[in-house]
Write a protein that binds this ligand. Structure first.
Ligand SMILES: Cc1cc2nc3c(=O)[nH]c(=O)nc-3n(C[C@H](O)[C@H](O)[C@H](O)COP(=O)(O)OP(=O)(O)OC[C@H]3O[C@@H](n4cnc5c(N)ncnc54)[C@H](O)[C@@H]3O)c2cc1C
Length: 279
């Protein structure tokens, strides 16, 4: 049943400071960015919140810039912003590749990076990229700013360390050395949620370290650190694949089966490693 709008309230902050005060003084409020995930729950009649905080007008949170050696991406940067950003293309092309795979053009124009992360679906396309990039989530409340390593942001299925009085304001991504790689396997090329999604970084010459992260294979995004160590230590791809299968725990669901996801994840790892060694 489609959820009704009549009993819901939308607060319209004029600035980030305003928004954080509203969260502190008038909460609990549900932050609303591009609304592409929230509208789905409204449509299914499962949207629980009644009071919403509209972030869409906070233009300062769309900024993409480099500070020192760190790429800083505002939470309200849309997938289209990521695809078009020369900084993203240059410094973290795997994020532009992931953004290109999110929904269709309309969803890319509205959906934000902050929304993808805060929504906390283990199938979110940008999540393995942020995990492999050693990204930091920047959280702000009226009282403080907290920086949380992306790999410790999620605490369980759709659970994170974000408090109700906090917003994700952006992401900080240190320089990445090595070759970046991203693949999404879904039912079709557009508008399909992933069956398995993977991001990897392979050392190029002496630069960089092996990084592998996957989505849709566990309750939260997985940074496969034991697999990384196996590859870095010169294990055969067969041994690394066996290690990876110990690190993931996919389930059967509406989109795929556990067995299929395990097979695809192992195949993608082999493809990543083969591509990494292609001249
Ligand atoms: C047709 C369709 C196709 C889709 N395809 C894909 C796909 O292929 N891949 C994929 O990964 N996703 C997909 N999605 C999901 C969605 O588009 C993305 O997750 C998008 O990035 C969500 O961003 P948003 O700004 O619209 O979030 P919203 O819907 O505004 O918010 C999502 C959640 O995040 C919270 N939130 C938003 N911003 C913040 C913030 N700054 N701080 C704290 N909390 C915040 C909200 O309270 C809400 O709980 C699809 C959705 C639709 C409708």
């Amino acid at each position: 049943m489609i959820g009704s709008l009549s009993h819901r309230t939308l607060l319209q902050p004029r600035s980030l400071t305003d928004a954080l005060k509203m969260l502190r003084d008038e909460g609990p409020l549900v932050p609303l960015a591009g609304c592409t995930d929230l509208y789905v729950s409204l449509n299914f009649g499962t949207l629980k919140g009644t009071r919403f905080l509209n972030l869409w007008g906070l233009a300062g949170l769309k900024d993409i810039s480099v500070r020192g050696d760190v790429l800083s991406i505002g939470a309200l940067a849309t997938h289209t912003d990521l695809i078009r950003s020369p900084l993203v293309q240059k410094r973290i092309p795997m994020l532009a590749a992931a953004a290109r795979e999110v929904g269709g053009v309309q969803i890319q124009n509205r959906g934000t990076l902050g929304g993808n992360v805060a929504n906390a679906s283990p199938a979110g396309d940008t999540l393995p990229v942020l995990a492999a990039a050693d990204a930091v989530v920047v959280l702000r409340s009226a009282a403080e700013t907290r920086r949380v390593p992306f790999t410790t942001f999620y605490t369980g299925y759709r659970q994170s360390v974000r408090r109700l009085d906090e917003l994700i304001v952006g992401f900080e991504i240190p320089a990445i050395h090595g070759r970046q790689w991203f693949r999404k396997v879904g039912t079709r090329a557009a508008q399909a949620i992933s069956k398995v999604v993977i991001a990897g970084v392979a050392p190029a010459g002496r630069a960089g370290s092996v990084r592998v992260a996957l989505g849709s294979v566990a309750p939260t995004v997985v940074r496969a650190t034991r697999t990384e160590a196996a590859l870095a230590g010169g294990a055969t791809i067969g041994d690394a694949q066996r290690t990876l299968l110990e690190e993931i725990a996919p389930i059967d669901d509406i989109r795929s089966t556990s067995e299929y996801r395990r097979r695809v994840a192992a195949n993608l790892l082999a493809r990543f490693w083969a591509d990494a060694h292609r001249k």
